[in-house]
Design a protein around this ligand. Structure first.
Ligand SMILES: Nc1ncnc2c1ncn2[C@@H]1O[C@H](COP(=O)(O)OP(=O)(O)OP(=O)(O)O)[C@@H](O)[C@H]1O
Ligand SMILES: [Mg+2]
Length: 269
């Protein structure tokens, strides 16, 4: 009787020891997996026998896949918007080629450039790996260089100076800023050097405090005529500049001459 009891106790002790060993092994595996996660090596966890960690790794993998799908969809949207705008641009272009009146051709070109400025944003977003922001400096350079080309500016006479520091901004900032630059640089090309043989157009982008961007568009031409009140404009170009600046809560001012210079501050976190 006593020896059977002792035998049972031994057996229970053995299975208890076995259970402790099993738990110790599981604890060691879990600890190793946790350390791997902390060290950023989630891949090292795959294959461990800890069920909770395996679930976490699978969930992380699922989230990663969903994010990739979301990025691909956003890219696709930018691609389609760009293509649709491209069709609109081609239609305007065709109309321009068939138009006899140079005045109407000029108006169509202005319209073409406004739409192209917006299409360029979607093109940049489509090509970039970042989905939520773009490099404003690259985008503005693209717009200005395009304006010089389509207005056939003779760069030996009218020099372009670009001093653009790189800033990542969202599409909500990029489009209004792009359109403002489009309007003001177009004005400099069209109006500043009327009858003046040479000149300089400068576009500068920088920051004073790291939080807000300072954008300057200036030319050393004849200056805006005194009868034009740029703060209460009656013409579409300057009216657009005012409305677009308000849209991004920018502070805009015209710096006293010679020439024409606009200074714009807007937040670019
Ligand atoms: N940089 C500049 N130098 C000289 N005059 C300018 C300059 N910018 C604007 N102006 C004057 O201000 C006027 C108003 O400019 P605004 O851009 O509003 O109209 P616009 O260029 O004539 O036409 P659009 O509506 O196509 O822009 C111009 O017609 C021009 O006389
Ligand atoms: Mg204008």
């Amino acid at each position: 009787m006593t020896s059977r009891k002792t035998g049972n106790n031994h057996h229970r002790l053995d299975s208890l020891k076995e259970e402790i060993r099993r738990l110790q092994t599981e604890l060691a595996t879990t600890r190793a997996a946790l350390e791997a996660i902390i060290n950023g090596r989630a891949d090292a966890v795959v294959g461990t026998s800890c069920p909770y960690l395996l679930k976490a790794v699978e969930a992380e993998e699922e989230v990663r896949k969903l994010l990739q799908e979301k990025d691909a969809l956003i890219k696709e949207i930018h691609h389609r918007v760009k293509n649709n705008l491209q069709i609109v641009l081609s239609l305007i272009n065709l109309q321009m080629q068939n138009e006899r009146s140079s005045e109407i051709r000029d108006r169509l070109l202005i319209l073409y450039n406004r739409i192209r400025t917006m299409a360029a944003v979607h093109e940049v977003f489509y090509k970039t790996e970042f989905m939520s922001s773009l490099n404003l400096a690259d985008y503005l350079e693209r717009i200005v260089v395009h304006l010089f080309t389509v207005h056939r500016v003779d760069e030996s006479k009218i020099k372009l100076v670009l001093e653009l520091e790189p800033f990542q901004v969202s599409i909500n900032t990029a489009i209004p800023v792009g359109l403002i630059v489009n309007e003001l640089v177009t004005n400099s090309i069209k109006h500043a050097f009327d009858g003046v043989p040479t000149g300089i157009i400068k576009v500068k982008l920088g920051s004073t405090d790291g939080k807000s961007c300072r954008l300057v568009i200036e030319d050393n031409g004849k200056g805006v005529p005194p009868d034009i009140n740029w703060e209460n404009p009656t013409t579409l170009g300057l009216e657009m500049v005012k409305l677009l600046a308000a849209q991004i809560e920018a502070k805009i001012s015209k710096v006293d001459g010679p020439g024409t210079s606009f200074e714009i501050f807007f937040s670019c976190p």
